[in-house]
Design a protein around this ligand. Structure first.
Ligand SMILES: Nc1ncnc2c1ncn2[C@@H]1O[C@H](COP(=O)(O)OP(=O)(O)O)[C@@H](O)[C@H]1O
Ligand SMILES: [Mg+2]
Length: 104
């Protein structure tokens, strides 16, 4: 860990994010922050906007309003490979097993 970073420092901020797909408002004025060593969960029913929010943070979508600040730098049009280079990546929930037993 970088010695200048302390547990509890804010490393990722999403500020007042709004994202629409045509007339569908996926995100309206959403803000969150993640601190060093924090594990943050986003929960909500299907269609609540969880995936959209993650895709704003990792640069797949660019919000119409708001901004993402990562390690003190505002990112307006960050692309996914640039986010990955800085340590932001997304994985998916597909879980599979080689055994014949079922898994969840
Ligand atoms: N690429 C897209 N094009 C159009 N509408 C989308 C797209 N992605 C998500 N939406 C819509 O945005 C809303 C939020 O979806 P989503 O972020 O996938 O929610 P969650 O991951 O919480 O289930 C839903 O109304 C969904 O239909
Ligand atoms: Mg989703």
């Amino acid at each position: 860990m970088n010695p200048h970073r302390k547990i509890g420092d804010v490393i990722l901020q999403a500020e007042a994010i709004s994202l629409s797909f045509g007339g569908v408002k996926a995100l309206t004025n959403i803000s969150l922050e993640v601190r060093e060593h924090e594990v943050l969960s986003i929960i909500g029913p299907n269609g609540a906007g969880k995936s959209s929010m993650l895709n704003v943070i990792n640069g797949v979508y660019h919000p119409q309003q708001g901004r993402v600040i990562y390690r003190g730098e505002a990112r307006s049009k960050m692309r996914p490979h640039e986010a990955a280079r800085q340590g932001i990546a997304r994985t998916f929930q597909n879980i599979w097993s080689r055994s014949t037993s079922s898994s969840t």
